[in-house]
Design a protein around this ligand. Sequence first.
Ligand code: ADP
Ligand code: MG
Length: 315
Amino acid sequence: MIMTSTGPAIVVDRLRKRYGAFTAVDDISFTVEQGEVFAFLGPNGAGKSTTAEVIETIRAPTSGTVTVLGMDVGKRKAQVVRRIGVLPQNFSSFDRITVRESLQYYARVFGCDADIDALMDLTNLRDRSAARFNTLSGGLKQRLGIAVALVNDPEILFLDEPTTGLDPQARRQVWDVLKGLKDRGKTVFLTTHYMEEAELLADTVAIISRGRIVAIDSPVRLTEAHADQMRLTLKSIDAAAADLLRNLGFAPVPVGEGGLCVPVETPDDVRRILDEIAASGLALGGVDVRKPNLEEVFLKLTAAKPATDVGDHAR
Ligand SMILES: Nc1ncnc2c1ncn2[C@@H]1O[C@H](COP(=O)(O)OP(=O)(O)O)[C@@H](O)[C@H]1O
Ligand SMILES: [Mg+2]
């Protein structure tokens, strides 16, 4: 095996990609460290696949530079592809060949002496080794795709929306595989439009919207920096509660059937509100406290802005 290089796994510098007059990726820069899971989170059409495919040497940038493990992807395509693995969006294999045959075949294509059993263990496919591709569920197909992407024992793995369209259980099984890869020190570049996936798996999340990175940080720091405050929801609360809360300096908003949503900053605020309600003898049907999550950050940062916009950016 090639000695792992020091330095970042991926450096993207002022990358731009135009398709005719349309700018799909607009001057983005970021660094992916070795061993981290880096999530590229954005709605459909944001430019995730375009960016990934430039890094993978598949598409040529309009301008800017990309290096992978210290190599310029424009100049050293052949060396780069040997050290990366790619699960494309909508992976497919030959319909009637088995999981084991698929892996053996792709290992031959890549000229690798891959340990097929180990690959199936890593992706929890061992008990499906004799199943034909067209009999596999969506989740199993994706896991086979991940195993195929690993045949050359790559240092960096690119996964383009690996769980899109999967049911929650299948999605979780793919996540388990990805966690195992991270534990083995693989660098993972993951594109997704699921915030919970980014929040759960990623060390770094870059939120991309209309070809631009609008935020980049760890999931925790992103939610701290961008989300609105905590929210206390009071269910079936007495109508008089709104005035009471306003007098305490809060800004309650009516929700649902006779409920109030109150933005708060600290658990002390929650305690104070509940104490005051109890002291006033107001009826209260239930309570829910929710911390801000990455979804709110995402929606806030990718919210549709009017006009000047070309292309399909619907989610
Ligand atoms: N080969 C292409 N020719 C023209 N437009 C393209 C091409 N590939 C992608 N696009 C457009 O570029 C934008 C970004 O696409 P893509 O990178 O696939 O986004 P994502 O993966 O985030 O959904 C979209 O508006 C898409 O329609
Ligand atoms: Mg895509």
